[in-house]
Design a protein around this ligand. Structure first.
Ligand code: NAD
Length: 290
């Protein structure tokens, strides 16, 4: 079994980006600038946003963190988005999800300028991905593609099963796996909460991508011998033995599934760091989108 080491791969990618940014600066070009809006005080969201800001520092980007209270109105948040759209110094920005219940996430996603949509959530970005046109790819699925590529995983003609159909992970992931591209050309089955006989389907998978958001849901009897398993799930579970008071689990029972796999991502240290690397790649791409 080979561990798909997202932490190391992400660090390699950030080193490569840092070299490109240093070259840009040397040539007197603009320093890429990523902004992030965070609404409220959700612990997990804060951790993700802080990691993104830290990565900006590592690669030499400028970064701006816009912190807003969870009492902010939808109109005021949309005004903030518009402000970032019109700020020429900011090349790309994200609005960290989830948002408080009184704010319509779709409205906010639609308000982000497609030219600055480094999370790849805007319908224009999604449409471009479907058509195979240049544009921003959703950060998590794109990070997974990059990881599979760097480990030389053969995908062409393989059976790929995706568990989960969310707009940010499962759906775009399925598209990237069927696209006619180096990582792609799979025969893809997308499964969801209404799928019957899930284990019968997942056992067909040469490549199994798990993004349903239920801790340790996938057990060894759901996985084919020799499969490549990508675990997108992240869950904090209480653990008094840890300094932080919690430990992280994925959607896959790693201990029993990993011995059956040819390759598998760990949690933590798999998909999470690749999502951040992907965001950095999208931001670098954003300087050419204006
Ligand atoms: P989501 O809740 O939006 O979607 C979950 C999907 O799973 C839904 O489409 C649902 O139909 C499907 N599902 C639920 N129960 C199922 C079942 N029993 N069988 C089959 N399908 C089922 O979740 P999401 O935003 O796609 O995130 C999924 C997980 O990935 C979460 O744990 C989340 O925290 C994590 N995540 C990680 C990263 C990262 O960078 N590592 C990024 C995004 C999300």
């Amino acid at each position: 079994m080979i561990l798909l080491d997202g932490k190391k791969t992400s660090s390699d990618i950030k080193d490569e980006i840092a070299i490109k940014v240093a070259e840009l600066k040397q040539q007197g070009e603009k320093t890429p600038h990523l902004a992030a809006i965070i609404v409220g005080n959700d612990g997990a969201s804060r951790t993700y946003v802080n990691a993104k800001v830290k990565s900006c520092e590592k690669v030499g980007f400028n970064s701006t963190l816009v912190e807003l209270p969870d009492t902010i109105s939808e109109a005021d948040l949309l005004a903030k988005v518009e402000e970032l759209n019109n700020n020429d110094d900011i090349d790309g920005f994200i609005v960290q999800l989830p948002l408080p219940k009184h704010i319509d996430e779709h409205k906010v996603t639609l308000a982000v300028s497609p030219a600055k949509d480094v999370d790849g959530f805007h319908p224009e970005s999604v449409g471009r991905m479907m058509l195979g046109l240049p544009g921003f790819l959703a950060a998590t699925p794109a990070g997974i593609v990059e990881l599979l590529d760097r480990y030389d995983i053969e995908t062409s003609g393989k059976e790929c099963v995706v568990i989960g159909r969310s707009h940010i992970v499962g759906s775009p992931m399925s598209v990237l796996m069927w696209r006619n591209s180096k990582i792609g050309n799979c025969t893809v089955t997308i499964t969801h909460s209404r799928t019957k006989n899930l284990a019968e389907i997942t056992k067909r998978a040469d490549i199994l991508i798990v993004a349903l958001g239920k801790p340790e849901f996938v057990s060894a009897d759901m996985v084919k011998e020799g499969a490549v398993v990508v675990d997108v799930g992240i869950h904090r579970v209480e653990d008094a033995s840890k300094k932080s008071g919690f430990r992280l689990l994925g959607d896959v029972k790693f201990d029993e599934v990993s011995p059956k796999c040819s390759h598998i991502t760990p949690v933590p240290g798999g998909v999470g760091p690749m999502t951040i690397a992907s965001l950095m790649m999208n931001t670098l791409q954003a300087i050419d989108m204006k």
